[in-house]
Design a protein around this ligand. Structure first.
Ligand code: PGA
Ligand code: MG
Length: 219
């Protein structure tokens, strides 16, 4: 890898443990539709490809994802999540200390998430994460999502860097696929929402503790 110039993070399952609020909002929808609520582990398995997929997978798991039901379920989900985005959400241990170290080292940082752009920005603000990032990029309608490399490449560009000297830090196979497609070095946080094994990923490129990880060893 070229000398690290900038670092970009995924949000859900990487910096924040947001699944409990995603599950709560999803269960508001399911109960409203007369379906059974889902447990946390099941919902975690559905996170990573954006809210449209989360809703579709939750419908499929509770009686069927009829195409005509999806838009209404998505609208109900977004309403419920807008009301209650951070009540049960917490940063993973050591995240802020790590971001502080990188900020002190003068490393430009960005965020690239499949969470919708509005909620992603609001959550970062409420949780005090917004001050670390030069760019916060969330999902927008009709714009490709990860694993398409476009959103990650756009953040790299906006920060003024290039793929080879960037690290993308994520928790999912979607993030891994995105980094590969963008030819960006990748680090996996193993305590997030990984729902597909990544046998090709070098063990040295995985970490399970934000307090221990050193993204800039070549300093
Ligand atoms: O919204 C999702 O499905 C996942 O969001 P993430 O890209 O921050 O992990
Ligand atoms: Mg994630």
């Amino acid at each position: 890898m070229a000398k690290l110039k900038q670092i970009i993070f995924d949000l859900d399952g990487t910096l924040i443990d947001s699944a409990p609020d995603l599950r709560a909002a999803m269960n508001v929808v399911l109960v409203e539709l007369g379906r059974q609520p889902l447990d946390l582990k099941t919902v975690i398995g559905f996170i990573g490809n954006g809210v449209e997929k989360l809703v579709a997978r939750s419908l499929a798991a509770t009686g069927g994802a009829e195409a005509q039901l999806h838009p209404r379920a998505l609208e109900l989900f977004l309403q419920a999540y807008a009301k209650d985005k951070t009540t049960l959400t917490r940063p993973f241990p050591g995240v802020f200390e790590c971001l502080d170290r990188l900020k002190e080292a003068g490393i430009p940082m960005g965020l690239c998430t499949n969470k919708p752009h509005g909620p992603a920005n609001e959550i970062c603000e409420v949780m005090g994460l917004d001050g670390y990032f030069g760019v916060i990029s969330g999902a927008l309608p009709d714009v490709p999502k990860k694993p398409d490399p476009a959103p990650l490449l756009a953040v790299i560009d906006a920060l003024g860097g290039d793929p080879a000297s960037t690290v993308y830090v994520g928790d999912s196979a979607v993030d891994y696929d995105t980094a590969r497609a963008a030819q960006v070095p990748f680090r996996l946080y193993t305590q997030g929402y990984l729902n597909r094994p990544l046998p090709d990923l070098d063990p040295a490129h995985r970490f399970d503790d934000w307090a221990q990880v050193d993204f800039i060893p070549e300093r």
